[in-house]
Design a protein around this ligand. Sequence first.
Ligand SMILES: Nc1ncnc2c1ncn2[C@@H]1O[C@H](COP(=O)(O)OP(=O)(O)O)[C@@H](O)[C@H]1O
Ligand SMILES: [Mg+2]
Length: 245
Amino acid sequence: MLELRDVYGGYGKITILNGVSFKIPAGSITTVIGPNGAGKSTVFKAIFGLLQIQSGQILLEGKDVTRQTPRQMIAHGVTYVPQGRNVVPQLSVYHNLELGGITAPDQAKVRQRIEAVMDQFPMLREFRNRKAIELSGGQQKQLEVARSLLLDPKLVLIDEPSIGLSPNIVQEVFHTLICLRDNGVTILMVEQNAKAALAMSDYGLVLELGQARLHDEAKKLLVDTRVGQLFLGGHVHENAAVNAH
Ligand SMILES: Nc1ncnc2c1ncn2[C@@H]1O[C@H](COP(=O)(O)OP(=O)(O)O)[C@@H](O)[C@H]1O
Ligand SMILES: [Mg+2]
């Protein structure tokens, strides 16, 4: 569905991606894990057309989409939920959803999609007139995921959705992603919360120093001692903080 072939890229003269190659199948969830600064977010920017790609290729359903603009990537059916909080705090939930469809030529269709998305996320319908800032962190993330669905994507890139959320809310957000996958959407996600994320994923990918190092079924990575030492055991102070909430 998505394939990166030996992608090099970075910021200005600095190369961050040092030949990233991997393939993900349609209708799957893949979680990317790796240390801070490994280039995980940078890979997403490369796919979505936000990065200067020095060499290599990005293929979407066999079609070369290397160096396309974000707008073109959206037209190809790819949406991107960046790291951090990305709702417009003072706008209502409904207006935030509308923003997700702002580039669409057919606004009547966008309004239909908003209704469909609110069916999928009843909480958003209930709070449609509230300001986004009045939602909890998990609800805001759900709003961002919902907003990314307004253009009916085939592939959703989600960067660290669980940051700052308590474990049960993390599970709710993950459950949303599983439902999307079950509806045929392909999901590529970055997560620090490696254990919980791999547990709900089909595949896992370890990125280190701008290269894809290990790529396997998630259940195999969960019992892989190399992954365990680095990401599931000692190093995971961030996870400990999340779990302590
Ligand atoms: N806009 C930017 N300009 C210059 N360097 C950046 C920029 N964004 C990230 N970097 C650098 O790229 C490297 C990889 O960052 P990133 O992809 O955000 O890592 P990760 O998401 O794996 O933690 C880091 O060394 C970071 O400092
Ligand atoms: Mg990152």
